[in-house]
Design a protein around this ligand. Structure first.
Ligand code: NAD
Length: 332
């Protein structure tokens, strides 16, 4: 099948080309974002492949259908950037890559915690300047601390395992409880209790209407003073304006973000030669207890391997059977 791969980076080409030897699809790489102006670049392709920073809403899906596109292959697990209902109605099959490496994201969340609570970036910069003072570098032990995990699916469960290894007490919020997490000693509680009792809170739920701005002025008010908050899930789960207010008054002690509400126009590109126009993001960068990475939690060799292989396998399955096990269907 001819597949148009939008927003293709050097590493995408490398991994997709390597695995395509098994699948033998016709891959057509396109450097730009997918939108109604660039759709024409994929003329003749029956499948279009996009990443998380390409929003695909109904008007674009209608144009895709009119151009003969039959499948939208997401090279991501998250699918909040696609109107699944519209795609279903228009007969375009959408498939994702679930659980390509929960370890990649969970380990990144842990890396952020250690980097923040042991103040590693500050320490590193100091040592390079010949400053070996320990003033301001005091950390805390993870052992015996309470970790609240919002969303105990694939990533949240791996994260729970790792934090259990540090000797942490585990609290969870999830409408679907994980037996594995329970076996680790996790207590499922309300969001309010999780906020009140956790020293560290890590977000691993999807972005859906009910989780948009789940972290807001009210939930922050319930949290412990100096809490460590980590978001490797989706930016809009946090109300960024509220988090900045909380950072200014010291309520949030440490903040690790791999995702950001307005990341679409910012992340995955080199903006180092232009002026940063996002004042909210600029304010976040001024806090020395905030660590930001540009949606790289998933970015390990193992995860990128699984993404390329499963995306191509999804297209093959659709080509051969007309459907796909990883097909996404909007809830009724
Ligand atoms: P998953 O589907 O296995 O787990 C999500 C869990 O969240 C489920 O158990 C679900 O019941 C729970 N959940 C749903 N609504 C909830 C709510 N209101 N409150 C609490 N829990 C709720 O998904 P996963 O593979 O663990 O991925 C989780 C999220 O991580 C994805 O949705 C995606 O947004 C994000 N992600 C980020 C990256 C990255 O690079 N930063 C990479 C992959 C995934």
């Amino acid at each position: 099948m001819k597949i148009a791969i939008y927003n293709a980076r050097r590493y995408d080409k490398q991994y997709f080309d390597s695995f395509n030897r098994q699948f033998d699809h016709e891959l057509h790489y396109i450097d730009t974002h997918l939108d109604s102006d660039t759709l024409i670049l994929s003329d003749g392709a029956e499948a279009i492949c996009v990443f998380v920073n390409d929003p695909v809403q109904r008007p674009l899906l209608e144009k895709m259908r009119n151009q003969g596109v039959k499948m939208l292959a997401l090279r991501s697990a998250g699918f909040n950037h696609v109107d699944i209902r519209a795609a279903n109605e228009l007969g375009i099959v959408v498939a994702n890559v679930p659980g390509y490496s929960p370890y990649a994201v969970a380990e990144h969340a842990v890396a952020m915690i250690l980097c923040l609570v042991r103040r590693l970036l500050r320490a590193h910069a100091r040592v390079h300047e010949g400053n070996f003072s320990l003033e301001g570098l005091m950390g805390f032990d993870l052992h015996d601390k309470t970790v609240g995990i919002v969303g105990t699916g694939k990533i949240g469960t791996v994260f729970a395992h790792i934090m259990h290894g540090f000797g942490c007490r585990l609290l969870g919020v999830d409408p679907v409880e994980s037996r594995t997490c329970r076996d680790l000693g996790m207590h499922y509680v309300s969001m309010e209790t999780l906020c009140r009792q956790s020293d560290i809170i890590s977000l691993h739920c999807p972005l859906v209407p009910s989780t948009k701005h789940l972290i807001n002025d009210d939930t922050i008010a319930e949290m412990r003073d100096g809490v460590c908050l980590i978001n490797t899930s989706r930016g809009a789960i946090i109300d960024t304006a509220a988090i900045i207010r909380a950072l200014k008054r010291g309520k949030i002690g440490y903040l690790g973000l791999d995702v950001y509400e307005e990341e679409e126009d910012l992340f995955f590109e080199d903006h180092s030669n232009s002026v940063l126009n996002d004042d909210v993001f600029a304010r976040l960068l001024t806090f020395n207890n905030v660590l930001i990475t540009g949606h790289q939690a998933y970015f390990t060799r193992e995860a990128v391997t699984n993404i390329a292989r499963t995306t191509l396998a999804n297209v093959t399955e659709f080509e051969q059977t007309g459907s796909c096990a990883n097909q996404l269907v909007a809830p009724k």
